[in-house]
Design a protein. Structure first.
Length: 159
């Protein structure tokens, strides 16, 4: 038995976890300090809100002159081929100025008529979805003569 101990040599020392814990603590402190520094660099304080004196009446709010967002009614119809597949499409249009309800209703009907002609194979996958977006955008641009700046998809479901 003594021969075995002599052949193996001295037992290896177990390493202490203190250096690893110290290194982790230093890295955490550096991360916290760096995060604080970047946060201070990027933080932009909000301007103070000007409070109206209590004795003054609030100013009247004017109608928005800028862009307006109008949600279209959902378009629920079957596709061109196969006719068994249905599509539900909810869109919103961002007008450059005030919106016209008559134009919005006309666009709704025009877009529904277009969706009825689209085959399922044409709108499958990401590329097909992009083509559909481009087609709908083109229809909206032609009908509104550029008064709509964005066509936003809220939902698009094919069943």
């Amino acid at each position: 038995m003594t021969d075995q101990l002599a052949l193996e040599g001295p037992a290896p020392k177990k390493s202490s976890p203190i250096p690893a814990i110290g290194a982790i603590a230093v890295l955490c402190l550096l991360g916290l300090g760096g995060g604080w520094f970047v946060g201070k660099m990027l933080f932009v304080p909000a301007p103070p809100a000007a409070a109206a004196p209590a004795h003054e009446a609030p100013a009247e709010v004017a109608a928005p002159v800028g862009p307006s967002l109008v949600s279209l009614d959902p378009i629920i119809t079957n596709l061109g081929y196969p006719a068994e597949n249905w599509v539900r499409l909810e869109l919103a249009l961002q007008f450059n100025g005030p919106s016209d309800p008559a134009v919005v209703q006309e666009l709704h009907q025009e877009l529904m008529a277009y969706i009825r002609t689209v085959p399922l194979q044409q709108i499958q996958g990401p590329r097909g979805f992009q083509y559909l977006r481009d087609d709908l955008r083109e229809i909206v641009d032609l009908r509104t003569k550029g008064r709509v700046s964005k066509v936003l998809f809220k939902t698009f479901v094919i069943e």
